[in-house]
Design a protein around this ligand. Structure first.
Ligand code: KE4
Length: 424
């Protein structure tokens, strides 16, 4: 069956024909392709097209798709069964690795998605501080739990508005949404709500809005404001954890959050999320404390085996400088091509993450990102796809690289993206 046949069937059975909205290509136009297999840096579609993949299943595939050591680890675990519903040795190994990689995580709880991780971290912060309000930032995405599907309200310092149907206004009232990279806005929000704010949750490098990097001192200002106010600082590193450094952004920036949320890479391609941090906070979780959190498949041995293999590979290969070199090569290609074409462009890049904004001004916030030319990005997306390069199907996502992109693969991809830009 071709992608078109599959999509026609899927739309009869699955809303929009997809199990996650971004896959539907709504913001770039056209119909999504279906993938039947993936290997290294390439996807093979149901139409037998080979695509060089810059989505990497939205982050997990840092070692490329279907890595033999991860596959072997899953196969070995499979011999012993898939899920026991009891404690198992692999979840202890995973917990030891996470706490070793990320020193701020003294204790960790495993779950099954990034959404579960952030939802649980928010509940834990509220339970620990006995406060109800939280602060999040425009353009940051933390999964689809009700308290986090909130957009900025009219009175920025008061409360947010639901960012989805089905989220009660009463929930939105407990979430304050502020602009990222504006330390004064955080100070003002704490001043306006003394003793009421349980936590600040932030993607330290927002990557669900393209890619935005913090202005100097911004993350330190968040840390100081939370400490002064007795609120918890939650780093949502579901995307950046283990991707930019073994210890994530908090290692790069030297900032210690109270809680960290994780996902993607720690599942090695299977469903895993995690949240962890200060032991005195984590011990408020059931069965020790009053904050309930649970999951049938949390810590299941198959996903643990895949995630442990992925983390072990990071430990043995330490690929971060190699990945950053790939990122710089793509950045330089995109800047050269847009300059040659006379197109205004910003290409923020850090390690193996980058994005392309068609914008004349640097992007420091969600508002800045919205001023970029999303329609032109859609044309660039399809020009790349026509040349066998798959970028995230949205102007407001980050691109990912893997160790499988090294060598001729990245050269080929850069040539094709350069050609795609000149064709616009
Ligand atoms: P999941 O529930 O999708 O596993 O994780 C939610 C989440 C939480 N925090 C951050 C920083 C995230 O990036 C995500 C999920 N990222 C998107 C990519 N933009 C997942 C892709 C999708 O929704 O299909």
């Amino acid at each position: 069956m071709t992608s078109a046949d599959l999509f026609a069937r899927a739309r009869q059975l699955i809303p929009g024909g997809v199990n996650s909205p971004v896959r539907a290509f709504r913001s770039v136009g056209g119909a999504p392709f279906f993938v039947k297999s993936a290997q290294g840096a390439t996807l093979t579609t149901a139409d037998d097209r080979e695509l060089i993949d810059f989505v990497c299943t939205w982050g997990p595939a840092i070692h490329g798709h279907n890595h033999p050591l991860i596959r072997q680890a899953i196969a070995a675990a499979l011999e012993r069964g898939t899920s026991f519903g009891t404690p198992n040795p692999l979840e202890v190994d995973m917990a030891e690795m996470i706490t070793r990689f990320v020193p701020s995580i003294q204790k960790v709880r495993l779950c099954n998605s990034g959404t579960e991780a952030t939802m649980s971290a928010i509940r834990l912060a509220r339970g620990f501080t006995r406060r109800d309000k939280i602060i999040k930032f425009s353009g940051c995405y933390h999964g689809h739990s009700d308290s986090l599907l909130i957009k900025a309200g009219s009175g920025a310092l008061t409360h947010g508005n639901p960012d989805s149907a089905g989220v009660p206004a009463s929930f939105a009232r407990e979430t304050i949404v502020l602009p990222y990279n504006d330390a004064a806005a955080v100070e003002a929000a704490f001043a306006a709500h003394p003793g009421e704010i349980a936590a600040v949750i932030v993607e330290p490098y927002p990557a669900n809005v393209g890619l935005i990097l913090p202005l100097p001192g911004y993350l330190a200002a968040l840390r100081a404001a939370c400490t002064r106010a007795g609120a918890l600082l939650i780093f949502d590193e579901v995307m950046t954890g283990f991707r930019l450094a073994k210890g994530g952004v908090q290692e790069i920036e030297g900032i210690t959050p109270d809680l960290t949320t994780l996902g993607k890479i720690i599942g090695g391609g299977l469903p895993v999320g995690a949240f962890g941090g200060r032991a005195d906070v984590m011990d408020h979780l059931a069965p020790l404390g009053p904050v309930y959190q649970a999951g049938t498949l949390s810590g299941n041995p198959l996903a643990m085996a895949a995630g442990i293999a992925a983390l072990r590979l990071l430990e043995t290969e330490n690929p971060y400088e190699r990945l950053a070199a790939l990122g710089r090569q793509v950045r330089d290609t995109l800047l050269d091509a847009t300059r040659a074409k006379g197109l205004p462009a910003q290409v923020p890049q850090t390690g193996s993450m980058f994005c392309l904004y068609f914008s004349a001004k640097p992007v420091h916030s969600y508002a800045d990102a919205l001023q970029s030319d999303a329609a032109l990005f859609g044309r660039f997306f399809h020009a790349c796809l026509a040349r066998g390069v798959y970028l995230p199907p949205s102007a407001y996502e980050a691109c990912f690289l893997s160790t499988a992109h090294e060598g001729s693969m990245i050269d080929r991809a850069c040539e094709r993206m350069h050609d795609a830009l000149l064709s616009l």
